[in-house]
Every structure is written in C-alpha cells, then in structure tokens.
Design a protein. Structure first.
Length: 130
C-alpha cells in the first residue's frame, strides 16, 4: 500500500529541499507529507519499480506519480493561486517530462548537493515521515 499525499524527494538535493520548503509554506491545509527517497518510509511504501526513478515521487490514493505528473498532482493539493500551476496538464507529458528530466540532470550542478538528508525543524516534524 502506498501512502496518502506523500511527496518523496531527494534528501541530498538542494533544489529538492528548496521545493519542500516552498510547498510547506503554501500547503495551508496541511494536505501533504514529506519523506526523503533515502528514508525508511520510501523503502516501505514505494513500489520497487518506482525506486529506479531519480525523481520526485508523489503517492496519493494508492497511486504513484513521477516527474512532471507528480508535480502537477502535488500543486492540485495546494490552494489558489498555486493550484493554477496544474494548467501544465495541457502540455503533452513527453514534453513536460523532457523539461523535468533536463533540470533533474543538472540539479546538483546548478543547486548543489548535501551529504546529509534534510532535517526538519521542530515545527515541521509533523509533516515529515522517516
């Protein structure tokens, strides 16, 4: 069984950590939970075939969404005006995923990489899974 509304992210990636920070500020209804891809929750909940993706993974209603589709499903959980980003659905997924993959390949070079996974603050702990 997959978790409900869980954003799995690369805990070593600075871009991914900034994205989690961005989401935390905009998830006013606290619909999202977060877990590093390197953590125990990811090992338990994400289907093995999905772990081959070096990507954001979003799990909702026992379904797994990756890359740009995962991002769009995530913003649908946010309130307006951020939910408007879901308009990206009109772009065919091969084109969306090409753009996603391009940034994903360059993310460490452009934004850096940490040796350790992100540690949530005491206020953020309720939003994070191990």
């Amino acid at each position: 069984m997959v978790g409900d509304n869980v954003v799995f992210f690369d805990g070593h990636c600075h871009l991914c950590n900034r994205s989690v920070n961005w989401l935390l500020k905009r998830d006013k209804k606290n619909r999202l939970k977060y877990a590093p891809l390197q953590g125990e929750t990811a090992q338990k909940l994400i289907p093995e075939e999905s772990t081959k993706y070096d990507s954001l993974i979003f799990c909702s209603n026992d379904k797994v969404y990756i890359k740009s589709s995962g991002f769009i499903r995530i913003v649908l959980k946010l309130t307006w005006p951020w939910k408007f980003l879901s308009i990206l659905w009109i772009i065919p997924y091969p084109i969306r995923d090409w753009g996603y993959d391009f940034v994903a390949r360059k993310r460490y070079k452009w934004f850096g990489k940490s040796e350790h996974c992100r540690i949530p603050t005491s206020e953020e702990r309720t939003h994070f899974l191990s």
